[in-house]
Structures are given as C-alpha cells and as structure tokens.
Ligand binder design. Structure first.
Ligand code: HEM
Length: 338
C-alpha cells in the first residue's frame, strides 16, 4: 500500500488566515461526509486563480462528529477537548464538529474559500466560530512579542506534527485551537521588563532569557516540557492575532498541531492548573480563553476518499458496529469500491 500524504499542516507562515469551526446538523452526517470529500477540489478551484497566493486548507474532524458519522474506530488521540479549571483560570470546551484552517498570502483567497466552504456545507452545518487572523509586525502577537520563534521547522516539524507509519492513522495530526482575548489596557500598564518576565524572552530583540532568569510562571517556562529521556516534547503552532477596534477586542487565535496530542494537553495543564499547581501561566492574567476544541486531521488521502474513513461494512450481521447515522437510516448509498 502506498504511503498516504498528509494535509498541508506543515507550511510557511502566511500573512492571512481564517479559522472556521462548524457544527453538523443532526441527521446530516452522510451529506457532511460527502461534502468533506469535495474540500480539496474547492481549494484547487480558488487557489488556482492566484497561485502565488499559496492557498491551503487543513480540515479537522471533532470527536462527537466522528462517532456520529464514521464507522472506522475513533483515532486513538481523538476525544472531546479536556476543559480545565485551575480556580484562577479556565480553559472551556466549546462545540465543534468540523474545523477549517485556511491560510494564504492574501485574505481575499482565504475569504473566497471560506465562502465556498460555507456554500458546500450550507443546510448541513452551522458556522459556530469564525476568526480572521492577520500577521502583525515582525510576526508579533498583540501583546507585542514575536510569536513562533521556537517552532520546529522542516523535517523536525513533520516529525512533531504528523503521525508516523506505524500509528492507527498514519500521515495524520491532531489540532487544538483556542480563541483568546487580551486585556491590553492592563498588559500595557506593566513595564516592558515585567512583560518580558511574563513571556521569558526579551520584547524588542526576542532573545530567550537564560534558564536561571526565567520566572516559574513565565509562558515559556511552563511550555518547555520533556519526556522521560530528557527529549523536548514539541508542538507546531501557527497563532494569529485578530481583533476589532470598534468592539475593543484584541486577541490571539492559538492553534497547535501535534502527532501526540498529549503534548499539547500537558502544556495546557501546566498553563491553567500550574506546575506546581497554582503556579499558572502569567499571560493568563491578561488573556481569557473563550473557546477550546480538539480535532483529528486525517491524511489528505483519507479526507479525499470518505471510504477510507468510513469503510463500507464487510458484514451484514445485525451486530456489526456503528450504523451510520443517516437521516433516512439507509446507510451508505455509495457503490462498493474496487
Ligand atoms: C512560545 C505567545 C498560547 C505553547 C510563545 C512565545 C510567545 C507566545 C510570544 C515566545 C516565542 C516563540 O517561541 O514562539 C502566546 C500567546 C498565547 C499562547 C499570546 C495565547 C494567549 C499558547 C498555548 C500553548 C503555547 C495555549 C500550548 C498549549 C507555546 C510553546 C512555545 C510558546 C510550546 C515555545 C516554547 C519554547 O520552546 O521556548 N508563545 N502563546 N502557547 N508557546 Fe505560546
């Protein structure tokens, strides 16, 4: 069997992105499955019109929707987002059956693809969250710090974000997203030095603090984690600022891809519960998580051919698992693959 291709999880940072989260209407699962297989074609149609724009889209599938729509066993790392409540800070879990991470050099490309996706899923699903992210000066977030410096790159990024050939779903990924808003007024009342202590890096030059100078509650202290052998456990991030001056909203859309989703989950526990418990991430004193969701990112091959995720039943046995929850209760109407 040929090695499946991953979706374009690993790629260059882009100046524009749209993050779309959808819920699928009860009873419309089979139509949503069919629409998922059309996503690649839509990306080609929109992207080909301005190839220099480098349009890409990564599609994710939420845990509840997986159980409703697919007969194949749920991927080992897929489950509902684990909400966290450390007393001081909360990371809520919010709805999401499907997720689209749309990236391009130009917002018009992202917007056109979002519109085409909305049309393709019209009547089947509801957009429950839409964030338009922009790249800010020097790849900074709205707290004013360069965001993404320590991201793995190239082959290392592949290894961090994409599952290997011996896993239950090779060439796949898991993505966790959270929409944060910042209290910029309070943040800007801090001295630059106190802001730097909160992150663990210098602001202007983006240089990492020496270990002995990093406060225990600095963002990077809590997010640098190691396995039992002392190897760093990493994730691949592509955070984007977003906001509205009229609404006074200043935010960061956090997005983290990992082959092993427990890496991202451990980071979140350290940020929100603290390490030791109570020593929570200083940036959370100025940042509120409004959403939280986890999605499985199937390989490109599996996304394009729904039979790979939802193989036709090989048995007529009434005890065969998981009928597809189709509105007509007629199961798959597609032909048997060759
Ligand atoms: C590093 C900002 C949320 C994981 C950083 C850095 C900044 C930053 C400025 C330092 C530069 C860099 O290496 O990228 C933010 C903001 C967030 C946010 C504004 C949302 C309010 C998160 C979350 C996670 C996370 C939720 C994990 C679940 C990391 C990791 C690093 C990092 C792993 C790199 C640490 C290192 O290797 O030095 N973040 N971050 N961040 N952040 Fe975040």
């Amino acid at each position: 069997m040929s090695v499946p291709l991953p979706q374009p999880v690993v790629g260059p940072l882009t100046p524009a992105a749209i993050f779309l989260t959808l819920t699928v209407e009860p009873g419309r699962e089979s139509e949503a499955r069919e629409a998922l297989a059309e996503v690649s074609g839509l990306v080609r149609s929109v992207g080909f019109r301005a190839q220099e724009g480098g349009l890409t889209c990564v599609t994710g599938i939420g845990s509840d929707f997986w159980d409703r729509a697919f007969r194949a066993p749920r991927p080992s790392g897929l489950h509902p987002f684990i909400a966290l409540d450390g007393g001081t800070h909360r990371a809520p879990a919010t709805p999401g059956d499907l997720f689209f991470h749309i990236r391009a050099a130009r917002m018009d490309l992202c917007f056109e693809l979002a519109r085409q996706l909305d049309l393709a899923f019209s009547g089947i699903s509801r957009v429950v969250d839409e964030v338009h992210g922009f790249r800010y000066f020097d790849t900074r977030d709205l707290l004013g710090f360069v965001d993404g410096t320590e991201n793995p790159a190239g082959q290392l990024a592949e290894g961090v974000a994409i599952t290997g050939p011996d896993t239950d779903h090779p060439a796949s990924s898991y993505v966790i997203v959270q929409k944060y808003t910042h209290d910029l007024e309070a943040w800007e009342r801090l001295s630059v030095e106190d802001q730097e202590h909160a992150i663990g890096r210098t602001k202007l030059s983006d240089i990492e603090y020496p270990d002995e100078a990093k406060p225990a509650n600095a963002h990077i202290t809590l997010n640098v984690i190691e396995d039992e052998e002392g190897n760093e456990r990493q994730i691949l991030r592509d955070n984007m600022p977003f906001g509205s001056v009229a609404e006074g909203t200043f935010g960061t859309y956090f997005i983290g891809y990992a082959a092993d989703v427990t890496t991202t989950e451990t980071m979140l526990e350290r940020m929100f519960i603290g390490d030791p418990p109570g020593t929570t991430d200083r940036i959370l004193d100025f940042s509120t998580a409004l959403t939280g969701a986890l999605f499985f990112v199937p390989s490109q091959d599996a996304l394009d051919d729904p039979d790979l995720l939802d193989p036709p039943s090989t048995s007529d046995s009434p005890t065969s698992p998981g009928p597809r929850d189709d509105s007509l209760g007629v199961g798959g109407l597609r032909g048997t693959p060759q």
